[in-house]
Design a protein around this ligand. Structure first.
Ligand code: 5AD
Ligand code: SF4
Length: 368
């Protein structure tokens, strides 16, 4: 069966398996194939999880980072970016304003800092969230590769979800994206992920799509990686060149922006078909790079939208991709814009919902 026919059969509800060869052909794509893919993936989403979109509110607690990833604007050697750390009170007021606007799923995000001050701040916030809102909210962390002892501390204070992107599941490509030193080891990142997944965390990972040297075979491998690891959440990003990073000089190695976006959308579509009940969130930040990006991603199978609730005066300095526009929107406006955008593509936001991945729920039920 041709991959296009398989996609049509999947849309119809047949149980069809996509081979590695199919994945490669679909990733390589062309217009009719893309139509068949996005038709199938959106139907699979409707059938499995329905039309609702979860809203996750992000609070970026610091833009400092000890790592030096070659592609990222927050890397420690980029000194063109002023660094900030949110005081406890500002983190809590952002969360509270989000809560009052109906958000019940939050993510604390930062570069990777393992010092006691950062760990203590996270714990303090978790304790306060637990005290104020208990089970009414879900709280995720995306703060880098922490040792087991830290993860235990976070879990005991009420965190239940963790996002740690593998960036590329291919060891060799991973090594090209990162310096070769002890804090950028592929094996320790993988160990951390496997550990999270096996120890009760709702586990998210993801990859960068469109980085230098990446082939469709790498991306197909990434999809298989997500399946093997049995992730609950897959959060990918299309790569965007940041001028203040070493990869700025590798610009000629990457496809044009529209192609990178398309590849990212195909990854979302395929991920939805391969793992129908996981959460696939997209970042509102995509809007400033590709105006139609978030809308197309929701149509391709994404089911969660990450809105940035960091106070406006800090937001600009959390600049992963470069050229971040100055935004002055208040948290309430950010939430309203997210609601409107999702509504416009027929995937309305489900407010007052902690947004737990269905896949995770099932995994935990099976464990009992
Ligand atoms: N383009 C797109 N995404 C990026 N990230 C970092 N740098 C870039 C970039 N230039 C993403 C990575 C990382 C997260 C912090 O941001 O996937 O996990
Ligand atoms: Fe730090 Fe993450 Fe950026 Fe790497 S990708 S430099 S760990 S913020």
């Amino acid at each position: 069966m041709y991959p296009e026919d398989k996609l049509a059969a999947i849309a119809y509800g047949d149980d069809v398996t996509l081979t590695d060869q199919d994945l490669a052909s679909i990733l390589n794509g062309y217009e009719e194939m893309d139509e068949a893919l996005f038709m199938a993936s959106s139907i699979v989403l409707d059938r499995t999880l329905g039309r609702d979109t979860y809203l996750h509110g992000i609070v970026q607690i610091t833009n400092e980072c000890q790592r030096n990833c070659y592609y990222c604007g927050l890397r420690r050697s980029n000194d063109s970016q002023p660094r900030f750390s949110l005081p406890f009170g500002e983190v809590m007021s952002s969360l509270t304003r989000g809560y009052n606007a109906g958000v019940r799923s939050f993510m604390l995000q930062s570069g990777e800092l393992l010092d006691e001050r950062t760990v203590g701040l996270v714990e303090h916030v978790l304790l306060e969230v637990e005290k104020r809102w208990g089970d009414k909210v879900g709280i995720a962390l995306s703060i880098g590769e922490h040792p087991l002892s830290d993860l235990e501390r976070f879990k005991s204070k009420g965190a239940s979800r963790y996002l740690l992107r593998i960036e590329s599941s291919d060891r060799e490509l991973y090594m090209k994206l990162h310096p070769r030193d002890s804090i950028h080891r592929y094996s320790s990142r993988l160990d951390c992920l496997v550990n999270l997944q096996g120890s009760g965390w709702e586990t998210g990972t993801g990859v960068l799509v469109g980085v230098p040297w990446q082939k469709d075979a790498h991306l197909a491998g990434d999809l298989r990686f997500m399946q093997r690891l049995d992730v609950d959440v897959c959060n990918m990003n299309p790569y965007v060149v940041h001028d203040g990073t070493p990869f700025a000089k590798e610009r000629r190695l990457i496809p044009p922006a529209e192609e990178r976006l398309l590849k990212y959308l195909r990854m979302i579509g395929l991920m939805r078909i391969l793992m129908p009940d996981i959460n696939i969130p997209i970042s509102a930040r995509l809007l400033s790079v590709h105006h139609s990006g978030p809308m197309r991603a929701l149509k391709a199978g994404a089911n969660a939208y990450m809105a940035n609730l960091t106070p406006a005066k800090y937001r600009r300095n959390y600049d992963l991709y470069g050229g971040k526009p100055a935004e002055t929107n208040s948290i309430e406006v950010v939430v309203n814009d997210a609601i409107r955008l999702c509504e416009n593509v027929g995937r309305p936001v489900k407010l007052l919902d902690p947004g737990v991945s269905r896949h995770y729920r099932k995994r935990m039920e099976e464990k009992e």
